[in-house]
Write a protein that binds this ligand. Sequence first.
Ligand SMILES: *Cc1c(COP(=O)(O)O)cnc(C)c1O
Length: 372
Amino acid sequence: MTRHHNFCAGPAAMPAPVLERARQEMLDYQGRGLSVMEMSHRSSDYMAIAEQAEHDLRDLLSIPDNYRVLFTQGGATQQFAALPYNLLGQGGTANFVHTGIWGSKAIKEAEHLFGRAAVAASSQANGHTSVPRVDDIRLSTDAAYLHYTANETIGGLEFDYLPGNGRGNLSRADGEEVPVVCDMSSSILSRPVDVSRFGIIYAGAQKNIGPAGLVVVIVREDLLDRARADMPSLFSYRALAEAGSMVNTPATYSWYLAGLVFQWLRHDIGGLDAMQQINDSKARKLYAAIDNSDFFSNPIAELNRSRMNVPFVLADARLDERFLAESAEAGLLNLKGHRSVGGMRASLYNAVPEAAVDALVDFMADFERRNG
Ligand SMILES: *Cc1c(COP(=O)(O)O)cnc(C)c1O
């Protein structure tokens, strides 16, 4: 059996030891005579799995006690709708920092549902190649919260700072503080982060957490009281928190696999400081290879280059097809850029080992030698 190097943007690579453990436990979970997939979500065995996963995530991110952790479904995209439902109950406007495609989808959904979305800052004028500075974020007078995308997965643009203050808020001109909400789908767990600088963090699982079908929402308790009354009950953070994320049947197997990923991060990697070092090293190597060549390029300002998603283009786009065919042949999978931007993109999530980046850099140098 050969496992290739997988640079997919999502669903993305899983840590091999996690898949091996899942395989071991697939037919018979710890002598219970059944698979985790076949368990009642209310059984004590499954409840223990669910609680352990939350415990390990809390440990990894040092999540303060006044934050609830929800394991829900519908992808990050469903949160684009759930957020305004949960936070606009007392009126006001959803504010956004617009730094790319995912942010724009979140804006469109809030606008579509309630007609109350305002762009507080945008990097559109520079083609989303650097993020607005915190002083450039202009909250509207009736802002209810500020939403931003920590890492734009398609553009390869990452925030280099946390906009929220130590209470997880940002101040409007009138001094009123509003919570900062962060879509961390493609960068959560890639390094330590101070959760208290956020009102809400959410992330679809299929990049750095586990398989698709699961979304993690970390929400400050006081924000459970701001929901609209007309809300679908499955969207309600309060309902999810009160039911231990089991308002209905959760994505049990994805939750279990996420738990194995958290254990892998804690015990095999050694926590998020260690993960950050590996991720920084991977990104440094790939950007150096791009920068040291006239054949490959990346347009993002150095400060805001994503450590997780590295888009790059070839000087001659007519070579794209050959690059993709030959890289796949060499066992380097899923390097095609997003259909909206073209070119290439290498996603370097936690589960992508440094050896994969080494192999990619070698392949790029060889390809340039033969075609440059
Ligand atoms: C992948 C991604 C999404 C969308 O996730 P779905 O689970 O497909 O809804 C949203 N935001 C960011 C930053 C992403 O990377």
